[in-house]
Design a protein around this ligand. Structure first.
Ligand SMILES: [Zn+2]
Length: 187
C-alpha cells in the first residue's frame, strides 16, 4: 500500500539463526555455551564443541548477508572441524559479514534449556560473544516449563537475530554475497 509519500528507510540487514544439539550422556563431555565452559554439567553432542549459542549467532550473521550457513563453511565431514572452538567459527563469520560490506549492529539470542541456569554465566557469555562480533550480543535463557511438546527434553536449542548496517562507503559496497544454497551444520 502506498500513500504517495516517499520514506527514507535506513539500509539494514536482518539475519536469523537456529541451532539444536542433543545432550550427551557422556559425563566427561564438556558443556560449552557462549564460549563459557560450564563445570559439573554434561555437554552437548556435536562434531565441534557443540556451542549451540555460538552456532545460532554464526548462522544469523551468515544469513544476514546471504552467505549460506555454518554447515557450508565448516562441514561436519571435515576432520579439521572436529572439536572446533565455536568462537573461532563465529569470528570467521564476522569476517564474512565484513567482506560482504556490512557491520553488525547487535545480535539477540534466546537459548532454551532447563539446566544449567543461564543467569550465573550470562555476563561471561555476552562478553565473549560481543568481543568476537564487535557489537552487543545479548542472551536470554528460557526454561521448557516441563512441556514435552517443545521437544526440548533431550535437546538444547537456540535462536539468534542479527541486525547489520552497511559499512562506510570507503570500506566497500554492501550487499555482495556468496552462496545461498542450503547445507548441514557441523554439530
Ligand atoms: Zn550447532
Amino acid at each position: 500500500m502506498t500513500d504517495g509519500r516517499s520514506v527514507d528507510l535506513p539500509a539494514l540487514r536482518i539475519g536469523q539463526g537456529f541451532d539444536v544439539h542433543p545432550w550427551s550422556d557422556d559425563p566427561a563431555r564438556p558443556l560449552v555455551l557462549g564460549g563459557v565452559t560450564v563445570p559439573d554439567h554434561a555437554g552437548l553432542v556435536g562434531h565441534s564443541d557443540a556451542d549451540v549459542i555460538a552456532h545460532a549467532c554464526t548462522d544469523a550473521l551468515l544469513g544476514g548477508v546471504g552467505a549460506g550457513d555454518i554447515g557450508q563453511l565448516f562441514p561436519d565431514t571435515d576432520p579439521a572441524n572436529a572439536g572446533a572452538d565455536s568462537l573461532a567459527l563465529l569470528a570467521h563469520a564476522v569476517s564474512v559479514v565484513a567482506d560482504a560490506g556490512w557491520v553488525p549492529i547487535n545480535v539477540d539470542c534466546t537459548v532454551v534449556l532447563d539446566r544449567p541456569k543461564i543467569a550465573p554465566i550470562r555476563e561471561d557469555m555476552e562478553r565473549n560473544l560481543s568481543r568476537v562480533v564487535g557489537a552487543p550480543v545479548t542472551i536470554k535463557g528460557k526454561r521448557t516449563e516441563g512441556m514435552p511438546s517443545l521437544g526440548v527434553g533431550p535437546h538444547c536449542w537456540a535462536v539468534a537475530l542479527l541486525t547489520a548496517a552497511p559499512r562506510p562507503a570507503t570500506d566497500g559496497a554492501p550487499g555482495s554475497s556468496t552462496s545461498t544454497s542450503a547445507g548441514s551444520e557441523p554439530g
